[in-house]
Design a protein around this ligand. Structure first.
Ligand code: SAM
Length: 234
């Protein structure tokens, strides 16, 4: 496959590009996201390619949207805020837990050297793969499985992004974070209400934790998350 990272503007034409610019200006920049790499990525990746065709006209609304399997593509601002908080430097290796539509993985791939992205629903991974192949991003490794177990074969990661909320920070993910690495993860004692945390692993392997504020993500289901898959339907 041809390398298109840094070049593809994707499908959609003028009006989608204009909507994308408006989104970045009104939803992202106006709320204080200032990292130029994040803004460039948000301007470049066509969100309409990652939502079901019948919802494409709503792709630049300030909201999550359904993507099937009872899951959602996150609100654009939340994705931008997480990417900025993760402080991804060019060339770094990112683990993305909860591929969903693949949009966040695509954005991260515009900045990072490589993104490993894991999703528990195979049907979502297949749709994400189609979107990512359409755009020609070739530095994303999509996997089906329990992302709370990470990806030992690719560890350590400079950045771990978790897009679903569990009751605690999965121990294995902390282990798979490199010294100096950052993890952005929603954690909360009840389903769908969490605080977004930034975890930093120091050079001497100590953990520092910051609270970035309240959020509402779908449940993180797995060995290191909520154990009962039925809680996805609540
Ligand atoms: N970042 C995604 C995007 O850009 O579309 C949005 C992700 S959605 C809010 C959260 C995703 O996490 C869902 O697709 C859900 O199936 C997935 N998920 C939940 N628990 C998981 C786990 N243990 N491993 C992998 N994926 C998980």
């Amino acid at each position: 496959m041809q390398i298109a990272r840094g070049r593809s503007s994707g499908a959609g034409g003028e009006s989608m590009a204009a909507k994308r610019e408006y989104m970045v200006s009104r939803q992202i920049a106006a709320r204080g996201v200032s990292d130029p790499n994040v803004r460039e990525a948000m301007l470049a990746v066509p969100r309409e390619v990652f939502v079901p065709a019948e919802l494409a006209e709503f792709a630049y609304e300030d909201t999550p949207l359904p993507i099937g399997a009872d899951q959602t593509i996150s609100q654009p601002y939340i994705v931008a805020m997480m990417l900025e908080a993760a402080e991804i430097a060019p060339g770094e290796k990112v683990l993305d837990v909860g591929t969903g539509s693949g949009y966040a993985a695509a954005l991260a791939s515009r900045i990072a050297g490589k993104v490993v992205s894991i999703e528990r629903h195979a049907e979502l991974t297949e749709a994400a793969r189609k979107a990512i192949d359409t755009l020609g991003y070739d530095n994303i490794d999509l996997r089906i499985g329990d992302g709370t177990q990470g990806a030992a074969d690719e560890a350590p990661f400079d950045v771990i992004l978790v897009a679903a909320g569990g009751p605690e920070i999965p121990e294995i993910l902390i282990e798979q974070l490199s010294p100096g690495g950052r993890m952005i993860i929603p954690v909360g004692p009840v389903h769908r209400y969490q605080h977004l945390l930034r975890i930093r692993k120091t050079g001497d392997n100590r953990i520092k934790q910051e609270d970035l504020g309240p959020v509402a993500f779908v449940p993180l289901i797995g060995v290191g998350g909520w154990r009962d898959p039925a809680c996805e339907e609540i």
